[in-house]
Design a protein around this ligand. Structure first.
Ligand SMILES: [Ca+2]
Length: 378
């Protein structure tokens, strides 16, 4: 039996808070980093509730719209839908079309969405000549969801060519089923699978828990609450995860490209670096590289990308992220997995729901209201 919630309270709260957000926060001079890049947001298109973007063939940027459509942003702007699954998903709670990804050769296209039952679903299409081949569609992986929120939903092809899938803890609040630390469920995890290695997929033999009979072999990392957006550094292959907090702490998690997986990011024993409701810090807890509380209007971290474009040299190698509630675009200066500086880039993307990385490495800010903006040099 599945418990269903229809609450949109979280989204509603988020919108209310966001409407109060300052438009251009001015960093305290004391904290102003010496190397802060000067950037501006250049609106390049308007979509309908964009949730995700992926670099596509021919220098295009493919955009997922929450209600179930995919559109291609090219030289002539944003085209009509090239895929429409709007009859197969809903937008209640935190549901919808939540992630898209291409494989490295643009030969396959993956979508991540919640179906009409709220079940997290990842489907695959073959792509030929830059076009989705609808008849090739197949379902790769599904995961039932006990509640409508915390679906995660981001998907990426990693540097190793495998498909990584982020799933939240199942929802409600406070991880009532203890999914984050339970290795016998896919909820609250980052998964790593080989979608082409089997039907419907294969589990890579070097996944961290393949030899553990009490754990699911698909698991790459665990202890995640709602890893809404994650990415791999296109320069180093390092993994960065924006994990949305419960009430107090928003966090960015990290793993080096050399990781063998198995990281325990702590939820729900920990929220950020803090014990959650009397939780005990696991011995193998991998602490976030960055956390922030909610005193500055932030309330839901939106993970982004390490900047590897050419247009803004001062931003190179920095992890760009934001917060759905406050909209300020920020960056972390990183060195060997340690944060050496936190920069306020002094631009506001509105209700920043996601980032996208173009094939040339330039970054785009997606606001749920529709705006798609490229981060340009000021
Ligand atoms: Ca954590």
């Amino acid at each position: 039996m599945r418990v269903r919630t229809r609450s949109t309270a979280i989204i509603g709260t988020i919108c209310l808070v966001a409407s109060l957000a300052l438009t251009a926060a001015s960093a305290d001079e004391r904290d102003a980093p010496r190397q802060a890049a000067k950037v501006t947001l250049k609106n390049v298109a308007t979509a309908q509730n964009p949730t995700a973007g992926a670099a596509g063939p021919g220098g295009t940027l493919w955009i997922a719209e929450r209600a179930g459509t995919v559109r291609v942003l090219g030289d002539k702007g944003l085209g009509g839908p090239v895929l429409d699954i709007s009859a197969e998903t809903t937008t209640d709670g935190e549901r919808g079309l939540l992630g898209i990804a291409f494989d490295k050769r643009f030969a396959h296209f993956y979508i991540s969405f919640t179906d009409l039952e709220g079940t997290s679903t990842v489907d695959e299409f073959a792509v030929r000549h830059g076009r989705i081949q609808p008849h090739t569609r197949r379902t790769v992986l599904t995961q039932t969801q006990p509640y409508a929120n915390h679906n995660g939903g981001d998907i990426k092809i990693g540097p190793d060519g495998y498909l990584y899938i982020a799933l939240g803890d199942g929802g409600s609040g406070g991880d009532p089923h203890g999914n984050g630390q339970n290795l016998d469920t896919l909820l609250g995890k980052l998964l790593r699978i080989d979608p082409r290695g089997g039907e419907p997929y294969a589990i890579p033999s070097d996944n961290p828990f393949v030899d553990d009979p009490d754990a699911r072999g698909e698991i790459w990392a665990y202890g995640l609450r709602n890893p809404w957006r994650f990415s791999f550094d296109a320069g180093t292959g390092d993994l960065l995860i924006g994990d949305v907090g419960q009430n107090d702490w928003e966090e960015i998690d990290w793993a080096p490209a050399s990781s063998k997986g198995g990281e325990n990011y702590g939820w729900s024993q920990m929220e950020g670096t803090h014990p959650f409701r009397g939780g005990t810090e696991p011995a193998n807890h991998v602490r976030p590289i960055h956390e922030y509380d909610r005193t500055n209007l932030g309330c839901s971290v939106t993970g982004g990308y390490v900047y590897r474009g050419r247009a803004i040299p001062a931003l190179k190698g920095q992890y760009v992220f934001s917060d759905y509630c406050d909209g300020t675009v920020r960056s972390l200066q990183l060195k060997n997995g340690k944060v050496t500086g936190v920069n306020d880039l002094a631009v506001n993307g509105g209700e920043v729901i996601s980032f996208a990385q173009g094939g040339n490495g330039e970054l785009y800010v997606l606001a749920i209201g529709g705006s798609i903006s490229r981060i340009d040099p000021a």
